[in-house]
Write a protein that binds this ligand. Structure first.
Ligand code: AGP
Length: 619
C-alpha cells in the first residue's frame, strides 16, 4: 500500500507535493520520490527511506514548476531501495509514473517490452507501466494511458506526467487502490487519501474502478479506459468532506494513536447521531444501509467478513447478533473466505467491515458474496472508499481519519455500528421473550458510552503502571470467554503490533488444551472477566493460571470482588458497570491504552510500526 500525490496549478508544485506526502507517510514509508515538470525536463528526486529522507535531498524553493507528482512506498515488488523508489521513467525519460497496487501480469509485459528493446533499471512492476505507456504514446497521454491500462491485469492506482504535455496529469484506477481528485481554484489535486487534500480543498471525487482523470489546472475530464470513446457526459459528482485539516493533525498528542484513543467518545456519539433515537420508542434509521424492513425481516443468515482488528469486531458481532436476534452468523477473515468455496444461502446478507475501505481481501470477499447472490452491506470509515462504493449499502463509522496503523477509534466505531445494525434488524423481526425490552434499555446504555469511555481515559495511571511492567516481558497472553474471547484476540493484536512483544489471545477454556504448557512463573496473562454469564468459569480459569504462578492482570467491572481478591487490586484494570454486550467497547479502551503505554515504554515507532501499513490494498 503506498501514498500517491499530484498537483496541477499556478503555485510551485514541490512544496505542495512534499506537504501532501508528509500526510500520507502512514500509507507506506520505505522509500519516497517526487517529479516536477521544470522548463521542458523533470526535476526528479527519489530515495530509500521516509518522506523526511526525501525532504533532506529536495530543493523545496529552487524548483519553479507548477505541475508534479509524488509517492511514498510500501514495497510489494522489489525491495525498498532508491532504484525501486517511485517515480519511474521510460527509456526516453519523457514520462514519469507513480503507482499504488500490483500489476499482476507485469512479468509477461516486461519480457515483451524487453523484446522490443526497452531497458529497465528496477525490479518494480511500476517501471513496466512507464515503458508500456511509452510504447503507446503518440501525442496524447490520456490515450496512451488508456491503451496501457487495457493491457494490464491487477489492482492499481497510478499517476502519469509527460514532458510534451506538461500542463496535464493523468490519473487512472483499476480495481481497489484509492485515488481521489481534489478540486481547487485555478488548481487541482490528486491523492491516495483524503487527509492529504484537506489543507487545499474539501471538494473531492474518488475515482471509480476503470476511470481515468485528465487533470489540468482549470478542468478535470473523467473517462473510462474500458470505453475510451465514451467521454463522461456529466461533470464528476463532487463530494464535500467535513473533516477539517486539524483533524488530520495530532492535536498536541505525542502520537496519532493516543489522539485517536481519546477521540473515541466523539466517535461513539457521531456514529450514533441521527441513527439511534434518544428516546426508547423511536425508530433506528440507517438510510445508507439500503436494507428495507422486509429484507431485514427475511434475513436467514449473516456472514461477517473482515481482516485484522475489523475481524475481531466481526467476532464480537457474532455473539451479539446470535444472542439478541437468533440469526445464525458466519464469520470469516477476508483472506480465507473466497478460497473456501463458501456457501451463500437464501436470504443471506454479507456485512463487510473495513476501516480504510481499501483492504483487498475484504473487497474480494465482497465480490465473491455478490457473485453468489448475497446482498452485501459495509461498515466502513472512509466515505467514497472502494468498499463503500462496491457495497449495496453502507453504515459509516464516522470516526474521522484514523492515521495510526493500529486501529482504535475505528474499531470502537465498528462495534457501535454492529449495535446499530442489531437494533435496526431487531425492530423488524420477532425476538426472544424479553429481548425487545433489553434492546430498548440498551439504547440508553449506548448513549452513555461516551461518558463511560471518558471515565476510563481520565484514570489511566493503573494501566500506565502495568504497561511499564509488561514492557519487560518476552510474551503475553490474553484470555476471555464469550464476548471477552474476541477481545482477548484484539488485545493481543494491539500489543504485538506496536510493542513487538509476542502476544496471543485465547478462549479461556482452551488454555488446558495445550497453551497451559507455556505458562511459567511470572508469565503475564491478561484475563478478561466482564461477561456475567460466564464469570464463575472465567475466575476458575484464572485459578488454573495462578496455580502455575503466572502473573495475572484482571479486567472486570468496577466493584468486582472475586477476581480482584485473586489477582490483587494492583493488578486490576476495571471498566464502568454496563450491559455485558457493551463491555467490549470499554475493554477495548483499556487494552488499547495497555498496548500504547507498553510500546511507549519500549520506544517503539507507535504510529508506524515496522513491517506494517495502515491499509493492505494488495492480496
Ligand atoms: C489493526 O490494528 C491493524 N492495523 C490491522 O489488523 C487492520 O485492522 C486490518 O488490516 C484491516 O484493515 P481495514 O479495517 O482497513 O480493512
Amino acid at each position: 500500500m503506498c501514498g500517491i500525490v499530484g498537483y496541477v496549478g499556478e503555485k510551485k508544485a514541490l512544496p505542495i507535493l512534499m506537504d501532501k506526502l508528509e500526510m500520507l507517510t502512514y500509507r507506506g514509508y520505505d522509500s519516497a520520490g517526487v517529479a516536477v515538470s521544470e522548463n521542458g525536463h523533470f526535476y526528479l528526486k527519489k530515495t530509500k527511506g521516509r518522506v523526511s529522507d526525501l525532504e533532506a535531498i529536495v530543493d523545496r524553493d529552487g524548483v519553479s514548476g507548477t505541475v508534479g507528482l509524488g509517492h511514498t512506498r510500501w514495497a510489494t515488488h522489489g525491495e525498498p531501495s532508491t532504484p525501486n523508489a517511485h517515480p519511474h521513467t521510460d527509456c526516453t525519460e519523457k514520462l514519469v509514473v507513480v503507482q499504488n497496487g500490483i500489476v499482476e501480469n507485469f512479468w509477461e509485459l516486461k519480457q515483451d517490452l524487453m523484446g522490443k528493446g526497452h531497458h529497465f533499471h528496477s525490479e518494480t512492476d511500476t517501471e513496466v507501466i512507464a515503458h508500456l505507456i511509452e510504447e503507446y504514446y503518440d501525442g496524447n497521454i490520456t490515450t496512451a494511458v488508456n491503451l496501457a491500462m487495457q493491457q494490464m491485469h491487477g489492482s492499481m492506482a497510478l499517476l502519469v506526467l509527460h514532458k510534451d504535455e506538461q500542463d496535464t496529469l493523468v490519473a487512472a484506477k483499476m480495481d481497489s487502490p484509492p485515488l481521489i481528485v481534489g478540486f481547487g481554484r485555478g488548481e487541482n489535486h490528486v491523492a491516495s487519501d483524503i487527509p492529504a487534500l484537506l489543507r487545499y480543498t474539501n471538494r473531492i471525487y474518488p475515482l471509480e474502478d476503470g476511470e481515468v482523470a485528465t487533470i489540468r489546472r482549470d478542468k478535470v475530464i473523467i473517462t473510462n479506459y474500458r470505453e475510451p470513446e465514451t467521454p463522461r457526459l456529466s461533470p464528476p459528482k463532487v463530494m464535500v468532506i467535513n473533516w477539517s485539516p486539524e483533524v488530520a493533525k495530532k492535536d498536541g498528542y505525542e502520537h496519532f494513536m493516543l489522539k485517536e484513543i481519546h477521540e473515541q467518545p466523539t466517535t461513539v456519539n457521531d456514529t450514533l447521531r441521527g441513527r439511534l433515537p434518544e428516546t426508547a420508542d423511536g425508530m433506528v434509521e440507517i438510510p445508507d444501509l439500503n436494507l428495507t424492513a422486509e429484507e431485514a425481516q427475511r434475513i436467514e443468515r449473516l456472514t461477517l467478513v473482515a481482516c485484522g482488528t475489523a475481524y475481531h469486531a466481526c467476532l464480537v458481532g457474532k455473539y451479539l447478533i446470535e444472542q439478541a436476534l437468533r440469526i445464525p452468523v458466519t464469520v470469516d477473515v477476508g483472506s480465507e473466505y473466497r478460497y473456501r468455496a463458501p456457501l451463500i444461502g437464501r436470504n443471506e446478507v454479507m456485512v463487510a467491515i473495513s476501516q480504510s475501505g481499501e483492504t483487498a481481501d475484504t473487497i474480494a470477499s465482497m465480490r465473491e458474496g455478490m457473485e453468489q447472490g448475497a446482498k452485501v452491506v459495509a461498515i466502513t470509515n472512509v466515505l467514497g472508499s472502494s468498499v463503500a462504493r462496491l457495497a449495496d449499502g453502507v453504515l459509516y463509522t464516522r470516526a474521522g481519519p484514523e492515521m495510526a496503523v493500529a486501529s482504535t477509534k475505528a474499531f470502537v466505531g465498528q462495534l457501535v455500528g454492529l449495535h446499530l445494525l442489531t437494533q435496526f434488524l431487531a425492530q423488524h423481526r420477532e425476538l426472544p421473550a424479553g429481548m425487545r425490552e433489553r434492546l430498548l434499555k440498551m439504547r440508553e446504555e449506548l448513549w452513555r458510552l461516551p461518558a463511560l469511555i471518558e471515565r476510563i481515559l481520565a484514570e489511566s495511571r493503573p494501566v500506565q503502571r502495568l504497561a511499564k511492567a509488561i514492557s519487560q516481558q518476552e510474551a503475553c497472553f490474553f484470555i476471555g470467554r464469550n464476548l471477552d474471547e474476541p477481545m482477548a484476540r484484539e488485545g493481543a493484536l494491539k500489543l504485538k503490533e506496536i510493542s513487538y512483544i509476542h502476544s496471543q489471545g485465547y478462549a479461556a477454556g482452551e488454555l488446558k488444551h495445550g497453551t497451559l504448557a507455556l505458562l511459567a512463573p511470572n508469565v503475564p496473562v491478561v484475563a478478561l472477566a466482564t461477561q456475567r454469564a460466564v464469570y464463575d468459569k472465567s475466575v476458575s480459569n484464572v485459578q488454573e493460571v495462578l496455580a502455575r504462578h503466572a502473573w495475572v492482570i484482571g479486567v472486570a467491572h468496577e466493584g468486582d470482588e472475586r477476581l480482584t481478591d485473586l489477582v490483587g487490586r494492583e493488578n486490576m484494570l476495571t471498566i464502568p458497570q454496563s450491559d455485558d454486550w457493551l463491555a467490549p467497547v470499554l475493554t477495548a479502551v483499556q487494552l488499547q491504552l495497555l498496548s500504547y503505554y507498553t510500546a511507549l515504554e519500549l520506544g517503539r515507532d507507535i504510529d508506524q510500526p515496522r513491517n506494517l501499513a495502515k491499509s493492505v490494498t494488495v492480496e
